[in-house]
Design a protein. Structure first.
Ligand SMILES: Cc1cc2nc3c(=O)[nH]c(=O)nc-3n(C[C@H](O)[C@H](O)[C@H](O)COP(=O)(O)O)c2cc1C
Length: 164
């Protein structure tokens, strides 16, 4: 869908980010789509120090914990498309993404998943996202990894079709 057509679509850009990469990707998506950005914040904030949050991330992942989400979303039904972005942790979305799906209903929503990572492709995280989305009876209409390259992102967004 062309960039100017996105201006007629109501989109929400939900993203989780600790070191800022996914936040930058979300900002680029906002620039292209005009969507509303909303950060997924945990009830218990992660420490700023990398080694400390790395340990917590590892613990959450190993025990498959569900860190509670503090963010509130005002009437998700007003959005035509929901972008959901996250860093890749050990080849998977962080556990807080499971909590997000637990807290909110995305039933019947059109979802675009986007990941960031050092190198792991989006496809590694796709099965987990597909499962979460299928369980909600929502639809994943696209998914991609953001690498900071705006032309790459614009091409991904241009390739999204809303009419399914
Ligand atoms: C706990 C942890 C696990 C990670 N695991 C992977 C991984 O499996 N593959 C990869 O390419 N990058 C991995 N990374 C790098 C992050 O995915 C990457 O830096 C991401 O863009 C960070 O997003 P953020 O700045 O929005 O927090 C990991 C980083 C952390 C902190």
């Amino acid at each position: 869908m062309a960039e100017n057509e996105w201006q007629d679509v109501k989109s929400l850009i939900l993203y989780f980010s600790l070191s800022g990469n996914t936040e930058s990707a979300a900002t680029q998506i906002q620039d292209v789509t005009g969507g509303k950005m909303q950060k997924i914040k945990p009830v218990n904030p992660y420490p700023e120090d990398f080694d400390q949050y790395f340990k917590i991330a590892k613990h959450e992942t190993e025990l498959q914990l569900m860190p509670p989400v503090a963010t509130a979303i005002d009437d998700i039904n007003q959005y035509d498309v929901v972008f959901i972005g996250y860093p890749t942790w050990w080849g998977e979305p962080p556990r807080i993404i499971d909590s997000l799906f637990d807290k909110f209903s995305f039933a019947d929503k059109k979802i675009v998943a986007f990941s960031t990572s050092s190198s792991t492709p989006f496809e590694a995280t796709k099965p987990h996202m597909q499962q979460l989305i299928d369980d909600e009876h929502a639809l994943m209409i696209a998914g991609f990894r953001c690498d900071g390259d705006i032309d790459h992102l614009k091409a991904e967004i241009a390739g999204i079709h809303l009419a399914y």
